[in-house]
Design a protein around this ligand. Sequence first.
Ligand SMILES: Nc1ncnc2c1ncn2[C@@H]1O[C@H](COP(=O)(O)OP(=O)(O)OP(=O)(O)O)[C@@H](O)[C@H]1O
Length: 236
Amino acid sequence: MELKIKSLHKSYGKQKVISGLNMDFSSEGIHCLFGPSGCGKTTLVNILAGVIPYDSGDIQGFNNKSFSYIFQEERLLPWATVEKNIKFVLESYNHKGDIDSIVDNYLSLVDLEEFKNYYPKELSGGMKQRVSIARALAYDGDILIMDEPFKGLHLNMKKTLMDYIIDYWHRKKGLFILITHDADEALCMANYIHVLEGPPLTLKKEIVIDEPPGKARSGIDKIQKYREMLEDKITE
Ligand SMILES: Nc1ncnc2c1ncn2[C@@H]1O[C@H](COP(=O)(O)OP(=O)(O)OP(=O)(O)O)[C@@H](O)[C@H]1O
């Protein structure tokens, strides 16, 4: 399946955030966008998901896809309970299946079953982030976009969710995009790491991990090799 960006341009006023970017997401896997704060990663995934427009260029293969999107900020509906926040998305898109049990399953995954009747303002930042993760996973779109999904989460919860998302990829396959600043997260989850800089957003290097998503961490020697490649690229 061709999933490509060709000669993409995007400016905010006079600031060129993306200027002639070419990237290829056609290979199945977890693709990590790894780059410094402000280089344009969120702008790029917002364009891919159709959240914001682009100025010019060609985006191939993304138009007819549905997206599950874990936004960097949790974007919950303030007037709806935790349960309704997830149900609302599933019902709006005529999700097939038993919506009540889907909601319960994902609330259990993020350890929030007891908070299903709470409103967002009654939750901590990390709890809101977990609702947002549950909502995106429950929606089960064609492409999963995760913009710093584990920021602020406790280590155990982060590990549970990383394992879940890796298993989920192995069941579903296709394209998952992970934005992170954390080399360990990138190395643990991804099999393609696009090392970026900017703005304007530029692809500095693509590291292909010769293992399926999640598998590189099974051997310390394996992960070390890729860590050295990644650290080389950061310090270059
Ligand atoms: N809506 C907007 N209006 C104007 N400028 C924006 C807007 N959104 C982002 N920018 C600018 O575009 C640049 C890239 O922002 P973007 O959020 O895409 O970066 P990022 O790599 O995702 O950063 P971070 O890792 O900190 O989330 C930044 O300089 C930012 O200030």
